[in-house]
Each structure stands twice: as C-alpha cells, then as structure tokens.
Write a protein that binds this ligand. Sequence first.
Ligand code: IN0
Length: 352
Amino acid sequence: NDAKYKSEELAYCYYMLGCTSRSFAAVIRELEPELRDVVMIFYLVLRALDTVEDDMTLQPNFKVSLLREFHHKLKLKEWSFDGSGPNEKDRIVLVHFNSILSIYHSLKPKYQDIIRDITEKMGNGMADYVLDEDFNMNGVATVKDYDLYCHYVAGLVGEGLSKLMVEANFADISLTQDGFAKSESMGLFLQKTNIIRDYEEDLRDGRSFWPKEVWSKYTDSLSSFREDKSPESEKKGLECINELVLNALHHVKDCLTYLSLVSDPSCFNFCAIPQVMAIATLALVHNNPKVLRQNVKIRKGTTCNLILKSRTFPGVVQIFRSYVRDIHHNSSVSDPNYLKIGIICGEIEQFC
Ligand SMILES: CC(C)(C)CN1C(=O)[C@@H](CC(=O)N[C@@H](CC(=O)O)C(=O)O)O[C@H](c2cccc3ccccc23)c2cc(Cl)ccc21
C-alpha cells in the first residue's frame, strides 16, 4: 500500500544520507520532525548536484547542461542517472534519485519550492565554472571570484536553510531580512575552511580553489608549495595559508550572530556543529606546514568534545574564543599578515 511504499523510500533515503556523510547524518536525524525529512532531501539533492560537478569523467558540455537543467528533474516523478564515473563516491544518490523524488514530492509545496530554487541557482553557478579552463588549473582568479564560487556551492545552502528554518518557525525571521548576508557567511566559513584544508587533495585531483590573487603573492605556481620542500618555499606556503585563514576569519562574527538567532535547539545543533568543527579545523591549518603535504583532520576525540560543548550558544562562543586565541598566539611576527590577524582576532574576542 502507499504508506508502506513511502516509508520504504524514506528509509532508503536515510540509508543514502548515512552513506554520504555518517557524522552529519546523525545530526540531521536529530532535527524536529517538521524539518528532518526536508533537510535530509535538501542535503541529498545538493549531494547529487555536487557529484555531477565533481565528476571529471563527464563530457564538459554534457555536464554543463545537466547542471543547468538539474532543477527541472525535481519536477519529474521518475529520473535517475547511472553515468557517473566509477570512483564518484556519492554516485548512489544519482542512481537512486527516484527515491529522493518520491519523498521530495511528498514535502509541503513551500519546502519543495525553496529546494528547487536553490538547486536552480546552484546548478547554474556551478555550470559557469565548468567551461572556465583557467579555473581548473589555476583556481579562481580574484578574491571576488573566490567569494562568488563559494556563494554558489555553499552560500546558497545557507540561504535555503534559513528560508526552511524560518518557514518552519524554528529561527528568527531576521535571518531572511539581511539579504542573507549572515546565511552567506555560514556557508562561506565552512567552504573556505575546507578549501584551505583540501589544498593537497585537490591538487591530486588536478585542480585547486585557492584564489590566484592571493597565492601569486607567494609563488609563481600553486603546486610549488607541494613540490618544493625548501624552507623558503615552506615559509611562503605558510604565509599563503595564513592569508586565506585571515580571509575566512572575517565571516566569524556573522556566524556567531546567525547562531544566536536560531531558536529551535535541534536546529541550533544542526547549524552549530559544522561551525565549531570549522573553527577547530581553521586553527589546525593555521601556520601548519603539514597542510601543504597531506589532508589534515581534527582528531576524533576533539570532534566528540566539540559536539558535546556546542549544545548551547555560550558553549559555542567559548569554543570560538579559545580557537581564535590559539590562532592569534600561533601567528608569526615575520608573517606579512601578522598585524591584520591580530586585529581580526582582537575584534572577534571583543565580539565574544
Ligand atoms: C559545501 C557545504 C559547506 C555547504 C557542505 N555542507 C556541510 O559541510 C555540512 C556539514 C557536513 O556535511 N559535514 C561533513 C564533513 C564534510 O563533508 O566535510 C560530515 O560528514 O560531517 O554543513 C552544512 C550546513 C549545516 C548547517 C547550517 C549551514 C548553513 C549554511 C551553509 C551550510 C550549512 C551543509 C548543509 C547542507 Cl543542507 C548541505 C551541505 C552542507
């Protein structure tokens, strides 16, 4: 019967959520019922889009049209895609997209519209970068491009989540009345932290997202930090990392303000946990030469402590204050951005 069929599809969607991201899947499962399925579907649709964008085995022109028309697939009753490369880790969400569609169509129309609108904007933004040859090899050109790319892949997620939470009455309406500036910062803080951390891994995949306007101050070729093991090259690499850390820190005040406006406890957790993981990761990558050679990750034990401590807003503020102090104290006097890092850390500590 229909109810049984839907619950099997729902269970399969949660199974796919678990495949794409174990630790975050647990956080989504703790959301209030009104938003749990909505956010889970939103997350899976974004994962599907990300899997298409990440797939370097797809013909560029085919990839561009699939990204630009992906939001139309959400209007279909049935659609799936089995053409992803064999190594695409989340290809399951495209192969079994029918399960996502069946739950998507059971959501309230308002929620469906928000998800489809973000999917359209994100798909078109991603498509704009696919054909940009320079982007693949030299990262984004300017810091402005860096912010625009992060807007498409992460800032828009913040806009969508803010609309969903306000629609469900779980967050203050002001989150949708500032032009989504704070929502944007939430996404950009996460994405910029990942981009700094993933330097070596992305180079291995033959691409980088570090803005040339920054790295070209420290080297003639982005991959030199990885290839040239000399102390001079390492020092330049660290100064480049630290400038990107400085750039990311400018989003922190907005992120803390955003979190103070999320009233529902389960939504607060959902929003706070990725943020505290990000500030811990940012402190880890700051002035850390290992970033140039491998993919550094915060320790499992640290993650558990962060999750426990981030259940309340004061707990989150304390976590941010402590890591921002670490960044401030670990900054080298010889670093060209030493003063700017001191200023932004001081401002954040004031703000806390
Ligand atoms: C690119 C990204 C940062 C937006 C990805 N993104 C996130 O990073 C996840 C966390 C995540 O997936 N962590 C992975 C680790 C990892 O993949 O690096 C895990 O397994 O724990 O969180 C974000 C996310 C959560 C809560 C509030 C947000 C507000 C604005 C923007 C994004 C927000 C996310 C929410 C949704 Cl609905 C969809 C995607 C995301």
